[in-house]
Design a protein around this ligand. Structure first.
Ligand code: SF4
Length: 368
């Protein structure tokens, strides 16, 4: 499936240090020389991408994108602007970690054209932040948000992890109020996943993790607090003030095409889903040959009509807009709505916060 617009994702796999829970593809403390070569490889890949598609969103994720060097991020935005037609309201997001960007760096990103920040706040409790190996305090997160506003960012998102160890429900609720006081426009939430092979997994017996009931209560606290602060729960893990939904993520959930630049980046483009290996050196080498050389593109099959239909339902049910349900699943959809997990009208099932919490089981029920 192709159309005339596309989103771009840039994977910047560099971090100041690995957080104790992190199983993402990112590398700590890499040299300036490697960052420069990675940057040049990204520029080459940009030059390979066909220019006949309008770019509707750009997202720099990681990792910690500013650690590529803010001057290099700005040059990547410049290169994208120089080569492609961007849609009028193109959303350009940069993920940042508190403590890795100062006011000057934020001003440079804003001047280059970045118009949205996603800030890894994660918790308002310094003891908890330290226990999971984050490099910053909550005060630094607050300062980052304030600096971003002063630098001209009018669209600021924060990430929050719940079900973290050694934190009571009351402390969690208080921390959430502190995050709300920073007046962000969007919040993405994740429950902590203990991934084998991470330092946190190795320490799991020394830490006190919340039980399922406590995790449920924290989730309910998030839904109630965000609603009271004027946020809409518009996707399983996303809350936004009116007009601040993430356009980039909405593109994923509506099956719009996107291309991932960089090592470890995923794509859904040219009718296929494919990804580049988690190998920076291989990526740099292969980026000399073609746009798709460092990916499994050739082996990836085209997404079939049946897969596309399943994806449409699965991704649609992740969002508040819901999905049109096949007639064979109408009875299940009515039962799901009657149990209070959402609404079912005119063939469209829309989940609510309670439904989002168990969306995986609901999706399995619908895709019979
Ligand atoms: S900043 Fe993000 S990507 Fe980097 S180590 Fe921490 S969780 Fe992983």
């Amino acid at each position: 499936m192709t159309n005339n617009s596309v989103s771009f994702y840039f994977h910047i796999p560099f971090c100041a240090k690995k957080c104790d829970y992190c199983a993402f593809f990112s590398l700590a403390k890499q040299s300036e020389e490697l960052k420069q070569r990675y940057f040049e490889a990204l520029l080459r890949q940009i030059d390979f991408f066909p220019t006949d598609r309008k770019v509707k969103t750009v997202y720099f994720g990681g990792g910690t994108p500013p650690l590529l060097g803010v001057h290099r991020l700005c040059k990547l935005i410049e290169a994208i602007n120089g080569r492609f037609v961007l849609s009028d309201e193109c959303e350009i997001t940069v993920e940042v970690n508190p403590g890795t960007v100062d006011f000057d760096a934020l001003c440079k990103l804003r001047s280059a054209g970045a118009n949205r920040l996603s800030i890894g706040v994660q918790s308002a409790n310094d003891r908890v932040l330290m226990s999971i190996g984050r490099i910053h305090t909550f005060e630094q997160a607050r300062e980052c948000i304030e600096n971003a506003r002063k630098a001209g960012f009018e669209n600021i998102s924060a990430d929050l992890i719940f079900a973290l160890p050694s934190q009571s429900d009351e402390e969690f609720a208080k921390g959430l109020e502190m995050i709300m006081s920073t007046e962000i426009d969007h919040l993405s939430i994740y429950s902590l996943q203990l991934e084998e092979g991470t330092p946190l997994f190795a320490r799991k017996n020394e830490l006190c993790f919340p039980d399922e009931d406590s995790e449920e209560r924290q989730y309910d606290t998030i839904c109630a607090t965000l609603a009271a602060n004027g946020f809409e729960h518009y996707e399983v893990s996303s809350f936004a003030k009116p007009n601040y939904r993430s356009k980039h993520n909405l593109n994923y959930w509506s099956r719009g095409e996107y291309f991932g630049f960089g090592a470890g980046a995923h794509s859904y483009c040219f009718g296929k889903r494919f990804c580049a290996p988690n190998d920076v050196e291989a990526y740099i080498q292969n980026s000399r040959t073609s746009l798709l050389a460092p990916t499994d593109f050739d082996d990836a099959p085209f997404v079939s009509e049946t897969e596309a239909e399943e994806e449409r339902i699965m991704l649609g049910l992740r969002t508040a807009d819901g999905a049109i349900i096949p007639e064979a699943s109408f009875d299940n959809a009515k039962r799901i709505a009657a149990l209070g997990y959402g609404s079912f009208e005119n063939g469209v099932l829309r989940l609510n916060g309670k439904g989002f919490r168990v969306s995986n089981s609901i999706i399995a029920n619908i895709l019979i």
